[in-house]
Design a protein around this ligand. Sequence first.
Ligand code: PEP
Ligand code: MG
Length: 539
Amino acid sequence: MIEFIGKSVYKGIAMGKVLVMGKEEDIVKREKIEDTNAELLRLGNAIKKSQKQLQDLYEKAVKEVGEASAAIFEVHQMMMEDEDYLDAIHNMICNENVNAEFAVATTGDNFSDMFAAMDDDYMKARAADVRDISGRIVRNLLGREQNVMSQPEPVVIVADDLSPSETVQMDKEKILAFVTVHGSTNSHTAILARMMNIPALVGVPVDLGKIRTGMVAIVDGTSAKVIFEPSAQECLTAVNKIKEQEEQAKLLETLKGKENITKSGKKINLYANIGSVSDVGYVLENDAGGIGLFRSEFLYLGRDSFPSEEEQFQAYKQVAQTMANKKVIIRTLDIGADKQADYFGLEKEDNPAMGYRAIRICLKQQDIFKAQLRALFRATAYGKISIMYPMITAVSEVEQIYKIAGEVKRELDEAGIIYQEPEQGIMIETPAAVLISDELAKLVDFFSIGTNDLTQYTLAIDRQNSKLDEFYDPHHPAILKMIQMVVDNAHKEGKWAGICGELGADMELVKTFVQMGVDELSVAPSMILKLRQIIREMD
Ligand code: PEP
Ligand code: MG
């Protein structure tokens, strides 16, 4: 039995087999080999196995997401046959007498750096592909499991760290819990874990070298504890706690279909946050009144090129149609900071949270923004879509957005494409936006307060920095005063104001928010019924 304490991201308990996800660079060691022919044979077998996996993935993806999205696996197969790439690996093995893992990882890094330095955007984007195929071959050489998708049953993921793009690609049905050595409780990976409704711990001081795939683990989000190879008694306690958890969930089920209303008759909207089309199932399952934040940037992550207008349109349309007449607030691209995609070709910045991100990218690279807006406006014809813009700091930004949106609408009119006039609102997540919320309220239809970034910018605390978790205090009086100010300024102009940051799901503050006059709370789907219960018990 090995036990560790970390920081809890989501309460709840799970037990199951571990899948260790390691980064190849942490595992690959340079070793001197005697028999180069045997090494070349090992390499050949690993490449064959990788090709077979890619073919299987291609066939699965064609069935599930269509040929266009599946094409990447074909590209990977072709890249694995590239002569220059293979020659470089062979030469290293034969001339330097190194092990195949080392030769593949080093060649992968060299080719990837070379692609990343090219001017052509298409070639730049290939950098991630070379890293991907090299990683696959290395894992096959090491006999490591490829990924969550290839697991027969749901697993407890144990990793050094997980980026939002890695997390978003995982098959949610196959994950029981997350345990990571690094990572902050305010990161987007943590937010994704909350959305998936699974226990998750970050900052767990575990030596990954000592944990093996296949070990049993109990992850308890309430006590922030993970136990590897638990005793029979510990397993029994965990099974009982899991039963209790299921019973509580059943009790909450009785609140489905009921209003979010206090005993004195005050109502509040409870909406859900989502990151992908497949999350809509959780929204309906938990009886949310609508979607208060669709983080559209997740459609851009975990892939090698921009999603086309058509692909985005289909995603937005599907969400709008599935939600029938319920409101769906889609936030435009909020890429940057921890949400990175190589094909954007964004330069490395010293301070990315305060850098070139979100609406700044959209206003500078208007072709990207316009493609998204066209998709969004087209989708308005299929449901009740509202559009929301992130990271606003100035009135002039909203004016520029409206100008671009106006151009998009004119183009659609000219092409005879129908759309509805959507509600257009903004995220209030910078202190600047709070202080000019009186002026902004005149321009927009609604405000949604992003307390995650608002806390980071107001308290001058990088939300990604796990060392600062204890100082990151969204209950700070400055934040609460700002929320009140934003709500009051919205109401003065007859507009509504909600909260879509993680603070909206803070059970200790629900009462305060209702008293403040907050009109809507948008939270992880699994929190809807818990909040409804608190609201209905309030005087
Ligand atoms: C926020 O900042 O509170 C927010 C909802 O947006 P994100 O967490 O995606 O930055
Ligand atoms: Mg934000």
